[in-house]
Structure formats: structure tokens, C-alpha cells
Design a protein around this ligand. Sequence first.
Ligand code: PRX
Length: 644
Amino acid sequence: MTEVHVYPPSEEFVKLANVSGMDAYRKLYREAAEDPDAFWGALAKEHLHWHQPFEQVCDWQPPFAQWFVGGKINACYNCVDRHVLAGHGEKVALLFEGEPGDHRAITYAETLASVSRFANGLLALGLKQGDRAIVYMPMIPEAVFAMLACARLGITHSVVFGGFSAEALKARIQDLGAKLVITADGGWRRGKEIKLKPAVDEALLECPTVENVIVCERTKGDVTMLHGRDHWWHTIEAGQSEHCPAVPLDSEHPLFVLYTSGTTGKPKGILHSTAGYLLQCTKTVNWVFDLKPNDVYWCTADIGWVTGHSYIVYGPMSMGATQVIYEGAPDTPNFDRWWQIVAKYRVTIFYTSPTAIRALIRQGDHWPNGHDLSSLRLLGSVGEPINPAAWEWYHKTIGKSLCPIVDTWWQTETGSILIAPMPGAVPLKPGSGTLPMPGVIAEVVDLKGNPVADNHEGYLVINRPWPSMVRNIWGDPERFHDQYWSKLPGRYFTGDAARRDADGYFWVLGRVDDVLNVSGHRLSTMEVESALVHHPAVAEAAVVGKPHEITGQAVCCFVTLKKGDYDQEALGKELRQWVGHEIGAFARPEEIRFTDALPKTRSGKIMRRLLRELVTNNTVAGDVTTLEDLSILSTLAAQQDDEA
Ligand code: PRX
């Protein structure tokens, strides 16, 4: 690691930064470590609007935490109303760019009016605090309004990424017991209409709890509306008042549930509550993105993922940011669409994923070089480890060697960024998330919980509760305990491997469990396996991640078939489609390999570790003493040689 190039912040950046210099960072870190209650309590009072003050900062009954106990607050009020009341109603909140080229600039005052009208429409439908709503929408301003309107009324929302299939949507609606689905006719992607309403119709055949569906008109494509159940967004808000008081809610009121992949076939509903989540999202926008009133911020995530929740809706809007939201694909109509948008809106802060960066590198420098990117002053990365080569390209070609890159490590469960540089303080090392945020006590340990030596690989754990932490798994407290808190009691087990270097910098290496990270999206091997075994031809399936130049990992499936005659090429294609249908197009496997049997232990467990090794190294050197039938491995390896 001695060869790592270190990039200290420039003097100009330090001068203007929200946190200037290492001493300022260290002071914040020390204060939070020494007296977390005083630290978070003071920030909560300073940065959030309270309808009623809290009495206790943190009540920690492992593994359950409550933050800002006794307080009443509303996330929507904090993200919208307070800015309008402070005289910033005319400030632009959203700069929306549709894929076909349509655009809208929406101020905070207009956001307040739209959200309030829509919230009144929800009240008129009989929805109330404690109900649950699914949001299944394209990246349009109404998706943001839908989330905020729910938050305003105390309706817990669960956003399902528009790329998920009807099957996946159904499972989430059922698990949540949702009463309402908010969707759209469709959205635009790569010049095509991606329909959403038909998936809702298919899902709702088996979702008796849903009473109403609201459909926003975006593409004006054909939709079937079910009388009595389905309503157009514009009729719901028509004639509604622009005044709708935000409901004062308990600090711990469930703001949202976001489903994410775990180590079983069933996605987990990650539950986040209101005040602590909002506070840490707000503060990390200030610390990590160094947001100033005049910045134009752009996070390219979809609101269907946690990044869209924390760093499009709740964090930036609570800070009163002006931000770009873009509906479509980065390559439509050409590979310079993003850079065109950066130049058009004079974007200053740009936050994206390593997969996107790698995909754009491949297309050549002439795309970014054809645009004026001089407005940029800070770049961010999230979702997966960023390889130093991609980091260097991002820094040089996009940031013109002037913009710090904040590599932000966090998870759906952590709610907000836990490890990342404060860009005006912490010198950067390409590929490292650098240092923890104030209040975050992170450690790299062995399975007994003992810290490992510098530069040695171990498990990344967080030793103390933090305000934006996951509160529970929806309807499954046992799984919540087992998954995160049972391995090392009282400490949060992230599921990531990491090492810490002699400077205290964290290097996150990837997952240690059966979770894949494909293009920065989490996918469980079990989820894909159970989709595959639903297919009538499949007897058994084992799924592993294979290193991939662009997407980080790719889904590779080993499949055994039931007796019969198959055209393997056609079946391979069909199975890829099948997984797309069961989960969503983004989960479609890169590779399907047919085999006569799978390597198993004597007790019948599939040895995925060996398959992983096989697809990574083209050979297996690991311990195979528990393997039932060694001949299987040589067959699989021979197949691999043939293919190579
Ligand atoms: O393995 C880590 C990886 O993504 C996982 C979390 O995925 P998800 O809950 O979908 O949230 C993604 C957006 C926050 C982590 O367990 N990961 C995320 N950010 C980084 C990362 N790995 C390395 N470096 C990062 N900056």
C-alpha cells in the first residue's frame, strides 16, 4: 500500500469548505466519540425543525435503538415547508430533465403546493397515518412528491424500483400489507416507453390489501384503469387545497421500508424511522458533499434505491438544495447525455456509481471532452468499491484534476453515509472510503470480535448505534437480530470485508455473505436460485458472482436439469429471460452453465465457494475435503476449459 498516491485537498477548497482541515474533522470526531448524546442532541436541535422537543437523545436496548425520544417532527415539513417559511420559496428545488428532452424547474414553493394538493387527495381517499403505500414510479418529480406527501401524513412509503417485475412488486406489496400503490403509465428509457401500470395490474391480482391505485400520466401510453380502484394523479389533486398541515409525528415513526436483498430468497424490508434518519442524511450532505446554498447538486441514482431516498429526497431537500433529476439512461441519445446535462444546468456536485464510471470510460474521452464541465467542484462515488483506475479517470477526465472525489461507503441499513472523506479535510487515497463520519465507531475485526492488525482483512463492524441506523426488518425482528446483531452481540455486522491501513483509512473489499453486488445493486444468490428452480426444466441451481470489468460482479448460474431433451442454447436464453421476469431485468444472469451435478458437502450443502473460485480463477485450489463427489469439480473445470 506504500505506492498509493495521496491527494490532499487544495488550499482553495479547504478555505471554503464546510469542514476545513484535518483538525476540524478530528475535533468533530472526538466530540462525537466522547459524548455522542451531547453531539447528536445539539445537531438535532440546530438542524431540524421540531413540532415538540425530544426528551432523550438515544435509548439503546440492543439491538433496538430509539433516537430523540419524545420528540415530534415531520420529515416533509423539514424538507419543504421550512425553506418556504424562511423566505426561500422561489429557490429551485428540482431541475427535472426528461429523457425525451422536456424539462421543468420546480421551486420549493411549487413543491409545497404540489405535495400539499396531492396529500389532500390522499386524505380524501381515506388514507391516514400508519397506512402503508407503495411507490412504483419512473424518475419524475411526482415520484419525489409522492414520497414527501406520504411523509407529510405519516403514511409509511416503500419505493419499489421501476425495474422490478410484477412478481417482485407483488411480494413487496404483500409483505408490507400496503393499502395504496402510486405508479405511472410508464417512463422513458433508451427512447422506449417502459410501462409500469401493467406490472401493477398483474401484481394486484393477488394483493387484497390494496384499495386504491394512483396513476401519474407520463408517457401517455395506453393503460387500463379499473373503475373504483384506479385514479389518475391529476384527478386526485384537482380542486384540492394547497394547504395541508404536516402531521407532527413521533421521532421513531416509520418513515419508510425499503426492500433489499439478504442472504435468503426473501428480500428484507429495511425499516427506517424519522428523526434520526433525517438528521444524519442532512448532516452528511453538509459534511461529505460540502453543500453550499448556490450549489447545483446531482445524484444519478434512482429513487428506488436507498441512495435516491437519502441523497435525492431527504438529505438534499432537508438542506434546501437545488438538484437535477434525470429520468433516463446515460447513453440516450448519446454517451454524452450526462455531460450535456452537467453543462446545461452548471452542475457543481456530481454523485454516481463506479459501474457507470467504468461504462463511460469505455466509450472514450471525446464524450466528456466535448462539453464544458468547468462548473463541477466535487465528485462522489457510491455502491461498490471503486478501482483506482476508474478513480483516476473520474478525477482527471471529469474533474480536470481539480475536484475532490468522495468515495462514500454505506448501506441500505445504515441509512446514511458512514465512511467517507470530508473533502476539505481528509487527504484522498483512490479506492478508499477513508475515515468514518463523526459518531461512527467502525472497526475491522475477526470472527471473535478482536481487532485485526493494520492492513489485514477482517469483518467491518460498527460498534455503537447511530441515528440513521436500520430499526428493524419489517415484520421480522428475529431476522433483524440474527442478521446484524447475533455474530458479535451489541455490534452491527455489516456483511462487508475490509481492511484498515496504518493511517486509519478503511478499504472496503466487498461482501462476505451470499449477496452479490451487480452494478452497485444488491442481489442475493438465493433469490436468483429460487427464481431458477421455479422453471419447470430446472432441477437445481447454484448462483455465484463472477468478477466483471464494468458491473463489478456478474451473475453466473450453474444449473442441473430435470430429465428430458433440451436445446441448451435456447434454454439458456429462456432462463435468462425467466430470471428477468421473476425479479427484474437488472437481475438477468450473464451466464448460465449446464452441468450434470453440483459440488456438495457430505451433508448436501452446495459448495458455492468452490464455484466462486472456479469462475474467478478458472481453477479450484481451496479446501475440498468435505466435497462429496470430487469428479464433479473436474467436470466443471473441464467445461470451463472448453469454453475458454
Ligand atoms: O458491499 C458494500 C457496497 O454496497 C453494499 C450496500 O449495498 P446497498 O444496501 O444496496 O446500498 C448501496 C448504496 C449505499 C455494501 O455492503 N458498497 C456501498 N458503497 C460502497 C460499497 N463498497 C465499497 N465502497 C463503497 N463506497
